[in-house]
Design a protein around this ligand. Structure first.
Ligand code: HPA
Length: 278
């Protein structure tokens, strides 16, 4: 499939008919982090199935809705339910959400995810501001014919996780009730959790956390020049760190427990985003 700007424009046109304003900030909610969506005021909810040329959510814990509305007085679009490589989507398809945000006029993207902690100093429930990522598997979402309207064929990613937004997120940590770190996220394709040996390798390579999402969206944001903040919630210690198997219940339980303070933290960051000149 050859993608064109018109292909993505079709999704944006359908949304513009339903939402008469431009979102300023786009937020992608990770697994089981959906409760943030409840804080959105005056919501306009659009089912992914009603958006032409978009994808659908197939994973439990991902609602499959775009929610437009207001948070801390700012206009946001929030993706409750994201798409993953392990669902069968290829890397090129996974560029769709961020390209849609760009076409809708968003000025910044906030990605959130659930992740396993590789760094032994981290604890379940901690948050990590992503400073960089490692992706040694899979292709690039920008593989194939380049769409010049979005960005150049070859593009720099040294400031992909925008330093000014990371600094803002750090300064919002105090009083949030959360322990907030900054570190490197390593992508694994999933859906199986990693092996203990992979986690040991990830640690040697410089990873602080591992997960199955985010990197395609981050690369798409870098390609089309969207400032980006990414927050990882440590839902569990990664495989082999503790002498026990990993369970989705554990991931779900931690995510549930942290949902309220995490939503508050996110709201504070959104509230203070005007302090950052992007
Ligand atoms: N590995 C990969 N993805 C994850 C994990 C993990 O340990 N926890 C939550 N998402």
């Amino acid at each position: 499939m050859e993608y064109t700007v018109e292909y993505y424009q079709k999704s944006a046109d359908a949304i513009r008919k339903l939402v008469p304003w431009e979102p300023e900030i786009a937020v992608v909610l990770g697994s089981f982090l959906g409760p943030f969506a409840d804080a959105i005021e005056d919501p306009i909810v659009i089912d992914y199935r009603d958006i032409p040329n978009f994808l659908i959510s197939t994973v439990p814990g991902h609602a499959g809705k775009l929610i437009f509305g207001t948070v801390a007085g700012r206009r946001v679009v929030c993706m409750s339910g994201r798409f993953h490589f392990y669902e069968g989507y290829d890397f090129e398809q996974l560029s769709a959400p961020v390209r849609l945000f760009k076409l809708l006029g968003a000025k910044a993207v906030i990605l959130t995810n659930a992740a396993g902690a590789v760094n032994a100093e981290y604890r379940p429930g901690d948050v990590m501001i992503v400073s960089d990522h490692i992706k040694l598997t899979g292709a690039s979402p920008m593989r194939g014919a380049n769409i010049d309207a979005f960005g150049p064929r070859f593009f720099d990613v040294t400031r992909m996780y925008t330093p000014e937004l990371r600094a803002l997120a750090k300064s919002c940590a105090e009083g949030s009730g959360l322990t907030v770190h900054e570190g490197v996220y390593m992508f694994f394709t999933g859906p199986q959790y990693e092996t203990p040996a992979e986690i040991r390798a990830a640690r040697i390579l410089g990873a602080d956390a591992v997960g199955m999402s985010t990197v395609t969206e981050a690369l798409t944001a870098a390609h089309c020049g969207l400032p980006l903040l990414c927050l990882s919630v440590m839902t569990n210690m990664a495989a082999g760190v503790l002498d026990q198997p990993l369970t989705t219940e554990e991931v779900l339980e931690t995510a549930r427990a942290i949902a309220a303070p995490f939503s508050g933290y996110l709201k504070k960051i959104i509230d203070r985003m005007e302090e950052v000149s992007l």
